[in-house]
Design a protein around this ligand. Sequence first.
Ligand code: ADP
Ligand code: MG
Length: 432
Amino acid sequence: QVVNYAPFTLLPSAVPSALFEQAYAVQQDFNLLVDAISQNKEFLEHTLASTIKVDDFTARLFRIHTQVLEEGLAQSVFLGINRSDYMFDCGVDGTAALKQIEINTIAASFGGLTSRTAAVHGQVLKVLGKSKEASCLLPNNPSKGLALGIAKAWELYGSQSAVVMFLVEEVQRNIFDQRCVENELWNRNIRVIRKRFRDVFEKGSLDDAKRLYMDGQEVAVVYYREGYVPKNYDQQNWEARLLLERSRAVKCPDIATQLAGTKKVQQELSRPGTLERLLPGRAEAVARIRATFAGLYSLDVGEEGDKITAAAIADPNQFVLKPQREGGGNNLYGEELRQVLEKIRDSPERTSYILMDKINPQPAMNYLLRAHSPLQVSECISELGIFGVYVRQGKEMVMNKAAGHLLRTKAIEHADGGVAAGVAVLDTPYLV
Ligand code: ADP
Ligand code: MG
């Protein structure tokens, strides 16, 4: 086992306070939206129809979703933990605007580690003789916020002896991030077990009431930190996923909520009228959400797709090409974007991607500290994430919160990739 410190910036980064507040203010709206999509079978089916034809991973997830609905949902308590990510787009006049990159509805990470970063940056500032600035750093504790959501779902499930199961990867590179959340649960006398898909396949079972058991222990909540990319699955793991989804246990997220976080859904949300249909009677929420959208474009076969494909080939630096994948490092930019689009422009394969306007933040200088890497000053850009937590029992929302933030910063030469991908590092916002 190898232990390294998590990478971080030497100094906190400036973040416009108005945009920071805007991101917090829209989080409950996004929670409602994700939850509404997850309950809207027709919307998911219609939106993902073209993607499913060409993307096997989305198709398999969708098949489980359909099967579970046909059987009838055993689950009655729902827990969402998401993270909505933004960049600060710099307009021609120099003003910055909050633009959403994506919303992560499964395995949204770094809530644990980032609960510690403000203390690190506070100390660095003090060492530099900047104690006044240090005292301006905001407290931030997503670990606790996420754990409170899990604890609420556990309580509503209603079995004192049942455990919370963290579903974790075969090789764990981010275990300490998860431990922060886990410890908050132990502190509330909730038992936590950590299992892989393989363990579920071998030792998981359902009883007549579809209660989930692992090794004879009843499981109240399954918290996925795994299962969001194709490489997480072989045949046995798919079977384990199906078993979990069929169960009464609260899945965080259930498979419908995972599908609600796909890039294709994000793109469809930006169409005029879609948000209004999904959140009827909530015009203000719709306006707050829409204000954060960058331009998003469908590449479905047809005139609309042909037009935007041609525009992106002509001017690739204005766009990002995104496949239906999570975890960083999958998007295409610039010349590579052009080449790929030229190759697939007349093939249905292009529908497995979406196009997005490229967001251009104003860079700032910082030092990125990474284990075993030389220290150097870099031109950097930051991405702000807000954690959302909600719990629904039947039709009633019993918790809907913003649970803290995450600031990640990377050198501008990397177009893509997060902390886990080895590109971005943990940061703390310094509000200006
Ligand atoms: P993933 O699911 O792989 O995390 P994202 O949509 O978050 O996919 O994209 C990964 C990274 O690519 C982001 O963290 C961001 O740095 C960069 N990126 C994504 N979309 C844009 C965009 N529209 N403009 C500029 N950079 C982007
Ligand atoms: Mg991302």
